[in-house]
Design a protein around this ligand. Sequence first.
Ligand SMILES: N[C@@H](CCC(=O)N[C@@H](CS)C(=O)NCC(=O)O)C(=O)O
Length: 205
Amino acid sequence: MLKIWGRVNSVNVKKALWVAEELGLKYERIDAGMQFGVVNTPEYKKMNPNSVVPTIDDDGFVLWESHAIVRYLAAKHGAGTLWPADLRQRADSDRWMDWTYTFQASLRTVFWGLVRTAPEKRDMKAIDEARAKCAELLAIPDSYLSNRPFFAGNSLTIGDIPLGCHVHLWMRLPIARPAHANLERWFDRLCARPAYKKIVDIPLS
Ligand SMILES: N[C@@H](CCC(=O)N[C@@H](CS)C(=O)NCC(=O)O)C(=O)O
């Protein structure tokens, strides 16, 4: 059976779990990372020398890097749905998966600052600058979503998975957010999905 290592509150683990749930896969999740440790054990490092989560083992095939995991599981089990058959539609999805790193670079400062740093240790200036940068960046996907419900067209694909996990943090953080009507509608569409509700839309920690 498919095994997925990683704590449930990791944004990168959520990508692997969400795609597995969307595809209706049976899997075993093993807690790892932060308070659970595991990632620095010799056994884990043999699978993933980076000592980070997620890692999967699919009947002996070990894979790390969350976006590679999303692509692998979708290609194996979601051809024509999560994994678009059309080359250009797939490239579109890939583009938005990769763009997530652009957004993540600023979002990380806001998330870690407000959720995982004690109030007295917070650098509020850096957090607010990063918040403003995130707001500016999100105008890009907001505009792109003006004439399509999902990033690669009419249905959910791999192109929605990573950004869907990071935008969740943005939408649930106690911060000022400028209106991004198309992005908000897309987020509502994700929130209506049972797999997203179960895996991604959980309290921030
Ligand atoms: N590029 C990697 C990054 C993985 C990563 O940084 N994971 C974080 C959690 S989101 C981690 O393992 N942190 C250390 C820990 O949880 O102990 C991926 O996308 O899989």
